[in-house]
Design a protein. Structure first.
Length: 166
């Protein structure tokens, strides 16, 4: 199963759009600055073009991994990745894989299913990661909830888009 690089590239814009809204001063931007002990001057001091380009690139990398998390059919191909008979036309294994994909290739390929896996990923992977960092940085619950909320929305939307359209 091939990656749909166009959909991954498009989904990589989701964290940028969500971040623009989520961290806006009229939404959670002021609370985020307070939790980080930032001033407006601190926020304005960064190289914004570089930050946006790197954010997009990192989101693209995340999209490639999220694709594997939300599309279960990819796992079938990973099992047979090093088996030449899997890709040789007419072999028993190739026919089995073709029939399997014909029957089950579209199972669980919905926006909701992908969003669920995105949510699951945030709760069981991102939340612990951010919490561990926050503990060592001596940040409070507000810091954790602001960032986890952002990733909950971003990764759930990315998972939904990638599952539905890849």
């Amino acid at each position: 199963m091939a990656f749909n690089l166009l959909i991954i590239a498009l989904s990589a814009f989701i964290p940028l759009v969500v971040g623009f809204i989520w961290y806006h001063p009229n939404v959670l931007g002021k609370a985020w600055m307070q939790a980080n002990k930032f001033t407006q001057k601190d926020v304005e001091s960064g190289n914004m073009p570089l930050i946006l380009v790197l954010t997009y690139f990192m989101s693209f990398l995340m999209g490639t991994v999220i694709t594997f998390l939300v599309i279960h059919q990819n796992h079938l191909f990973s099992v047979f990745a090093d088996v030449p008979a899997a890709s040789e036309q007419g072999t028993t294994l190739n026919l089995y894989i073709s029939e399997f994909m014909s029957n089950y290739g579209n199972k669980f390929r919905t926006f909701g299913h992908g969003a669920f896996h995105g949510l699951f990923t945030v709760v069981f992977f991102v939340l612990p990661m951010i919490t561990i960092n926050a503990l060592f940085e001596r940040r409070g619950a507000k810091y954790i909830f602001i960032h986890v909320g952002y990733w909950l929305i971003s990764i759930s939307l990315m998972g939904g888009v990638l599952c539905q359209f890849s």
